[in-house]
Design a protein around this ligand. Sequence first.
Ligand SMILES: [Zn+2]
Length: 186
Amino acid sequence: MAPAAPVPGTGSGPGPNPDPDPDAGSGPVRDPLPDPLRDPWRDAMRLALDEADAAGPAGDVPVGAVVLGPDGKVLARAHNEREAAGDPTAHAEVLALRRAAAATGEWRLTGCTLVVTLEPCVMCAGALVQSRVERVVFGALDEKAGAAGSLWDLVRDRRLNHRPEVIHGVLGEECARQLTAFFRDR
Ligand SMILES: [Zn+2]
């Protein structure tokens, strides 16, 4: 049979060929491979990145955190307010956990997930264990002070009776870039 006329519905008349170019994947920009472990947390990490932006005006290191309920809905969001509040404990994670607990009326955040742009420090890792969150998701590693795998692994210490699941590297490069830009521009 001779080739048929153009198949209807594949384009809107004359113009660029809508068919994908078989060579399109050979350029410098490629879609990353699907990552079933990290991809589900990308949207929440974008919220955390937006939240981190709000820390800048007060001179706070841009770290943002979001707490998701068991159903995936956003319960709370917070950014680092150490400078803004003059409070050494006002890290994004601690503030987000407090706000999530206030929103639910319950200190136990069973089934919840905390998503944060930077690996938690020792204080925040402790607060995460205390809050009984089910999962901690973070973006950039903090090799100088991280307590979720880098320098310590407090959240997964076998001596503790509650150990949240840890997923790292969600939008990790973006999270690291945001921090690098802050320190470069100071
Ligand atoms: Zn912290």
